[in-house]
Design a protein around this ligand. Structure first.
Ligand SMILES: O=C(O)C(=O)C[C@H](O)[C@H](O)CO
Ligand SMILES: [Mg+2]
Length: 403
């Protein structure tokens, strides 16, 4: 039985902050898990160091399900992003250990490959429609089968999801949150034009996606979905804040544009009604923020019963450890839909050497035992933590608005 002898939290900032948990066993094998919660990183580091790690020492590292239940039920205070990210980090690290001890990549332990690779989508961002389409062309030329389109909105100084950087978009910055300004009417006028021009320029062989970032009411989202129907989107993401799961009924009544939601969900309970009533088509919960591989499999199993497919969040604030876990999960799960992929910077890739790769728009986790990702601790130590926040959003009259 491999006993857990120690566990450590490693905080590093190779261009952005990452929190990683490393669990060591008496069999000389260790595992790592991502514990990064964008803008609230140190809360998870403390939760792990002060409350979780003391409970892990001496436990059998093979008992992944039991340790998951012990941390979830044992906390008394269930769910929430901090708790579930901490549990996810432990869970990932334990799957990594189990894979290494078995001499198998984690996807083999999850039932083996259900496909040759995981289809991913890249991010095409531009300050205007022409620039967005130009970036989308670059992805298509690289073999991507799916691209997310976001463009600056005329009349708004800045639009979330759009950056000057070509490939390495990083939304968290500044020692205090940046304040941005939002106008729903300007946005709703602009987006159909973006997709109209994109279809003209890119044709119909590439999947197109769009992220609303939770900024519409359900009826506004219904209208946008309807306006976008002629352009056959792969999905419309985070159309409305999802605390009110029943709100998606209203969107569904008005549009057949497929809906995706879930990047800020942290448990199956956040998505239960959405899935059971078939109010969404893709569930975007992730390994790192929704309790690890163990819990994400449970969410995917419920989703599978209702023809809902996976579409895991994969922005740059999810570390390469998360990406490796997502790809092992995605390769094996029967109802895989798509995986988001934003490239990490070369500095981040150097800190987290990994076996996953991309070819022809499909990603594969590689065949190294475990998750297939490591952390270079000496290099990680060179990048000191820097407090950084996601922006906040106000209406033009100054009213605090949805993120
Ligand atoms: O990748 C996406 O779909 C996002 O919406 C990115 C998020 O804003 C980002 O990961 C927040 O931390
Ligand atoms: Mg999103």
């Amino acid at each position: 039985m491999p006993r857990i002898t120690s566990a450590r939290v490693i905080v590093t900032c190779p261009g952005r902050n990452f929190v990683t948990l490393k669990i060591e066993t008496d069999e000389g094998v260790y595992g790592i898990g991502d514990a990064t919660l964008n803008g609230r990183e140190l809360a998870v580091a403390s939760y792990l160091e002060d409350h979780v790690i003391p409970c892990l020492i001496g436990r059998d590292a093979h008992r992944i399900e039991d340790i998951w239940q012990y941390l979830y039920k044992g906390a008394y205070w269930r769910r929430g992003p901090v708790t579930m990210t901490a549990i996810a980090a432990v869970d990932m690290a334990l799957w990594d250990i189990k894979g290494k001890l078995a001499g198998l990549p984690v996807y083999q332990l999850l039932g083996g490959a259900s496909r040759e690779g995981c289809m991913v989508y890249g991010h095409a961002n531009g300050s205007d429609i022409a620039e967005t389409i130009e970036r989308a062309h670059e992805y298509v030329e690289q073999g991507y089968k799916a691209v997310r389109l976001q463009s600056g909105v005329p009349g708004l100084a800045a639009t979330y999801g759009v950056s000057g950087e070509r490939f390495y978009y990083e939304p968290a910055k500044g020692s205090l949150p940046e304040e941005t300004v939002w106008s729903t009417s300007k946005y709703l006028r602009h987006v159909p034009e973006l997709f109209d021009k994109a279809r003209d320029a890119l044709g119909w062989d590439v999947h197109l996606l769009h992220d609303v970032h939770h900024r519409l009411t359900p009826i506004e989202a219904g209208r946008l979905g309807k306006d976008l129907e002629p352009y056959r989107l792969f999905w419309l993401e985070d159309a409305t804040p999802a605390e009110n799961q029943a709100g998606f009924r209203l969107i569904r009544q008005h549009t057949t544009t497929p809906l995706a939601v879930g990047e800020i969900f942290n448990s199956v309970w956040d998505a239960k009604q959405l899935i059971e009533e078939q109010l969404i088509d893709y569930i975007r919960a992730t390994v790192v923020h929704a309790g690890g591989i163990t819990h994400l499999r449970r969410i995917a199993a419920l989703a599978d019963l209702h023809q809902v497919r996976t579409g895991c969040h994969g922005a740059t604030d999810l570390s390469p450890v998360s990406m490796a876990a997502a790809l092992n999960f995605g390769l094996s799960v029967p109802n895989f839909g798509i995986q988001e992929y934003m490239r990490h910077t070369p500095e981040t890739d150097d800190v987290f050497p990994h076996a996953y790769s991309i070819a022809g728009g499909l990603m594969h986790p590689g065949d190294k035992p475990g998750l297939g990702v490591d952390i270079d601790e000496a290099l990680a130590a060179k990048y000191e933590y820097k407090r950084a926040y996601l922006p906040v959003n106000r209406l033009e009259d100054g009213t605090m608005f949805n993120w």
